[in-house]
Design a protein around this ligand. Structure first.
Ligand SMILES: C[S@@+](CC[C@H](N)C(=O)[O-])C[C@H]1O[C@@H](n2cnc3c(N)ncnc32)[C@H](O)[C@@H]1O
Length: 259
């Protein structure tokens, strides 16, 4: 998968033109019909995330590295919260704004171009931050976790879905994935009540998605061809990663300065 904002812009431009890729992801991962995902969080995982966030009407969720805004908009729809989506892809953000209007959620949604490490949001302005399958792109990772900590109010939550290496010394995995150890990194960023839980059932749904993607005739659809390239890479190292859901809270009494 691409890494710079420009590469993600092209990747999104292809994906927006590919109903086949979106239909495949929605069907195999069991997502609601209106949700446009560019990740691997499925319907059961989303239900769990919504319950753990426990957001109320009017509260603010930051969907960080939101892509086309699919998860944040769905959570806003279910909970009545407001969503602020941040992503460094201007193409994704423009599409997220269009989706918010199409879904009748524009009055509760605000999508802005920004970085994982520098959102541009005010300190303690959010009740929660959600990062779906994107934290591995942060450079450097500790700065992104500190940025999450900064924008969440005392007592608020952060939820991160991602992958961690079974063996952090396994050089067949990318350094990007090997760097993740949220059980250690979230407390260092100032979070408390940190829990990092394995989600093997989510991982099985991902495997089904990659396997099915390889059975489809991609024709001249660049989004499907990109998905098939990624499927080959992911399936080759599939058992070397654990799927995890990390949850943490900002302490009620903040230290004088962040660690
Ligand atoms: C796998 S996609 C997930 C998108 C969305 N969270 C979802 O689940 O549909 C990864 C996202 O991270 C964004 N991204 C990657 N690096 C970023 C960075 N440094 N700052 C902000 N966004 C970034 C990409 O543009 C992309 O939208």
């Amino acid at each position: 998968m691409a890494r710079s904002a420009g590469e993600f812009d092209s990747w999104y431009a292809d994906r927006i033109e590919s109903p086949v890729a979106d239909e495949l992801v929605r069907r195999v991962l069991g997502l609601p019909p209106d949700l446009q995902s560019t990740s691997l969080l499925g319907g059961a995982g989303l239900d769990e995330v919504v319950a753990a966030l426990d957001l109320r009407t009017g509260q603010v969720l930051v969907d960080l590295a939101c892509g086309r805004g699919g998860y944040g908009l769905e959570i806003a729809r279910r909970s009545g919260c407001r969503v602020v989506g941040i992503d460094f892809s201007a193409v994704a953000i423009e599409h997220a704004r269009r989706r918010a209007r199409a879904l009748g959620l524009a009055d509760r949604a605000d999508f802005r171009v920004g970085e994982l490490t520098a959102t541009g949001l005010s300190t303690a302005s959010a009740d929660a931050v959600l990062v779906v399958d994107s934290i591995q792109f942060a450079e450097p990772l500790p700065d992104a976790l500190r940025e999450c900590r900064r924008v969440v109010r005392p007592g608020g939550r952060v939820l991160v879905t991602c992958w961690e290496a079974v063996d952090a010394d396994d050089e067949r995995l990318s350094p990007r994935l090997r760097q993740l150890d949220l059980g250690r990194q979230l407390p260092r960023a100032g979070f408390v009540d940190v829990e990092v839980a394995d989600r093997p059932v989510w991982r099985l749904a991902e495997q089904a998605l990659w396997q099915e993607a390889l059975t489809i005739d991609a024709g001249d659809d660049p989004a499907m061809r990109s998905m098939q390239d990624e499927a080959q890479r992911v399936l080759a190292t599939f058992d070397r990663l654990r799927r995890v859901l990390a949850t943490a809270r900002v302490p009620h009494s903040a230290p004088a300065s962040l660690p």
